[in-house]
Write a protein that binds this ligand. Structure first.
Ligand code: TYD
Length: 139
């Protein structure tokens, strides 16, 4: 596993086993991603002009992959922003808690897979940017 760090998020390179039959990539919790994987969800049939995300999480950590196609993720820690284009199924974007994220520019047929550290909990979401900034200041 190799990572390239920024303060906002970092890319995780997963292993790939290639042979003439194709490529195989695998991911194990607490080995390739820094948490136990409690949930996996995926986005598909996403209209190319859709905007997703638009929230942060109090506790949740995630690693986001483009299994097919591509899309952009913008991350924001309240002090700065960075944008990542995901298009390689071997590379996941690790996003810690208390990071605002927005996703857009989905290619036709893109599939986004997300590994998450906790089960779904609406109470863990900060869905309003002002509330996110207030919560950051309270840390
Ligand atoms: P949301 O996390 O806002 O999607 P995105 O960040 O991809 O735009 O979730 C959209 C809806 O789906 C929202 O009503 C919550 C629901 N949902 C679940 O019920 N379980 C889940 O695991 C997730 C991720 C979302």
């Amino acid at each position: 596993m190799r990572t390239s760090e920024t303060n906002l998020a970092h890319l995780i390179d997963l292993p790939v086993i290639s042979d003439p039959r194709g490529d195989l990539t695998f991911v194990e919790g607490e080995r390739h991603v820094p948490f136990r994987i409690a949930r996996v969800y995926y986005l598909y049939n996403v209209p190319v002009d859709a905007e997703r995300g638009g929230h942060a999480h109090y506790e949740l950590e995630q690693v986001i992959f483009a299994l097919s196609g591509s899309f952009r993720i913008t991350v924001d820690d309240g002090r700065g922003r960075a944008a990542y284009w995901l298009r390689d199924p071997r590379k996941g974007l690790y996003i810690r808690n208390m990071i605002w994220r927005e996703m857009d520019s989905f290619s036709q047929g893109a599939v986004c897979m997300v590994l998450a550290s906790h089960p779904y909990d609406e109470g863990d979401y900060l869905r309003d940017y002002k509330s996110f900034m207030t919560a950051l200041k309270a840390l």
